[in-house]
Design a protein around this ligand. Structure first.
Ligand code: BG6
Length: 483
């Protein structure tokens, strides 16, 4: 490991969250229902369900989540104690526009974020705001079938206009869509696209996937993102507006050229298609071929190419949890994953949820992205979802989490030594929150423990895990002391 290279001064250490997974207050302060609010709890083996109306007696984890809505002062104080320089959070779109297409924004919702940003400012914590993180107003699903309808672009841009103007002096860093590339996979239909899937309403059921609708919805998000970038820069030229990609690192299982080619094709389609459009402002050639071969016909308006070119992002952010292998041979052993189901890598261990842990893959990925785009990068999600045990004395000794993060931070440092311009790191779920894929609470990522279980029971009390003190020291020493 290189000693000469350090994290740059001003490196943005922090943590990441999303409104639908930690805010709660789902029907308070004039908030409307979001797509996350109709998702039931699930487990590692039982899929979450999408219910078109709220069922009595069913557990909807987003409704209370961890109640940041009422406890934000206490939580931000804890982030400040760890020394956070930045805090990634999202604005719940349906708190601002309860139905998505309302004529006027909800003032009470705007005031809530005024208070959150004021609290962050008190501690000099820079907000990094995701504008849409799996929580579109459910009204847009019911009335327009989500992003499949081009009219949703205007509702999104109007929402951006309102929040950009309102928070232009307190927020500098914005991300247009969380993990926009989820729409390249069936999994993203409802979560990322707000589109009601056909079939049995299971979140992860992909049997009725309609790629035409998915990719059309993705095109609408590209246009919306590009318009937002342009508008944001007009409102405040100092805004940094980024894309956010769920980076799926895939290795060829063997050096068989068929495996190599497949790994490259997956990288192109699932990772680079979206960022090529958002960073370079145009669809890449391989996308055109993929659309043609899969009978996908993207309906574009006359100005769309120009809009994309004029709305290129300022920086690239991504989530990185794991890697998978791919093989042209269909008889290989599958493993689980955040989005990418892939093959087992015999050199790697996996988390309790089957996600393969691969710190070196992060270095590789950082280099891979930077070599392509040469713009600043930020790792805005990374971490280990694990079951924590509270000891009799109340302590939580999460050495496994410390170890995971330490290994990944070491590799980020190596990537910086390789020449990658990495500007920040916000590990996921810095405070325990609801799992997006399963709706569970017991899949914990936090430095801060929240007393709540999968059934929604618990006092919601916060306590500091061993990793809290460890991460505080990491930040204090700007990544020098990782022990
Ligand atoms: C990312 C999402 O894919 O992974 C987050 O942006 C999510 O919303 C995170 O929570 C971890 O996934 P999970 O399923 O463990 O919560």
């Amino acid at each position: 490991m290189s000693n000469a290279i350090r994290f740059p001064e001003g490196f943005l250490w922090g943590g990441a969250t999303a409104a639908n997974q930690f805010e709660g207050g789902y029907n308070e302060g004039g908030k409307g229902l979001s797509t996350a609010d109709v998702l039931t709890g699930g487990t590692h083996t039982i899929p979450r369900r999408i219910t078109s109306t709220l069922e009595e007696g069913t557990n909807y984890p987003s409704h209370e989540a961890i109640d940041f809505f009422h406890r934000y002062k206490e939580d931000i104080k804890l982030f400040a104690e760890m020394g956070f320089k930045t805090f990634r959070m999202s604005i719940a779109w349906s708190r601002i526009f309860p139905n998505g297409d309302d004529a006027q924004p909800n003032e009470e919702g705007l005031k809530f974020y005024d208070s959150v940003f004021a609290e962050l400012k008190k501690y000099n914590i820079e907000p990094l705001v995701t504008i849409s993180h799996y929580e579109a107003p459910f009204g847009l699903t019911q009335k327009y079938n989500g992003w499949s309808d081009r009219r949703v672009i205007d509702f999104y841009v109007r929402y951006c206009e309102v929040i950009f103007n309102r928070y232009k002096d307190v927020v500098k860093f914005w991300l247009t869509f969380n993990e926009i590339n989820c729409l390249t996979m069936p999994f993203g239909t409802f979560m990322a696209g707000a589109i009601m899937p056909e079939g049995n309403g299971e979140l992860t059921n992909s049997s009725s996937d309609n790629a035409q609708i998915r990719f059309q919805a993705l095109h609408h998000q590209f246009i919306a993102s590009a318009k937002a970038v342009k508008l944001g820069h007009e409102i405040n030229k100092n805004f940094n507006i980024g894309c956010m990609i769920a980076y799926m690192t895939s290795y060829p299982l063997t050096c068989n050229p068929d495996d190599m080619l497949l790994a490259q094709q997956k990288d192109s389609l699932n990772n680079f298609l979206c960022s090529d459009v958002q960073v370079r402002g145009a669809y890449p050639g391989f996308a055109k071929r993929y659309f043609k071969e899969n009978n996908i016909n993207i309906v574009m308006e006359e100005n769309d190419e120009k809009i994309l070119k004029e709305g290129c992002v300022d920086f690239y952010t991504f989530s990185y949890y794991m890697s998978v292998c791919v093989s042209a041979d269909p008889n290989q052993e599958q493993i689980g994953g955040n989005l990418a189901i892939g093959l087992k890598n015999p050199y790697l261990k996996a988390s309790d949820w089957g996600w393969q842990i691969d710190p070196k893959g992060l270095r590789l990925t950082l280099n891979n992205i930077y070599n392509r785009y040469q713009i600043p990068l930020m790792v805005v999600e990374n971490g280990l979802g694990a079951v924590d045990t509270v000891e009799a004395d109340g302590s939580i000794n999460d050495d496994y989490r410390i170890d995971y993060l330490r290994q990944h931070i070491k590799e980020m440092k190596e990537a910086i030594a390789d020449g990658v311009e990495l500007i920040g790191y916000t590990p996921w779920g810095c405070i325990d929150l609801v799992s997006a894929s399963t709706g569970e609470m017991k899949k914990r990522y936090g430095f801060i423990y929240v007393d709540k279980d999968n059934e929604g029971k618990g006092t919601l009390a916060r306590s500091k895990k061993k990793s809290f003190y460890w991460y505080k020291k990491v930040i204090e020493t700007n990544g020098e002391d990782l022990e």
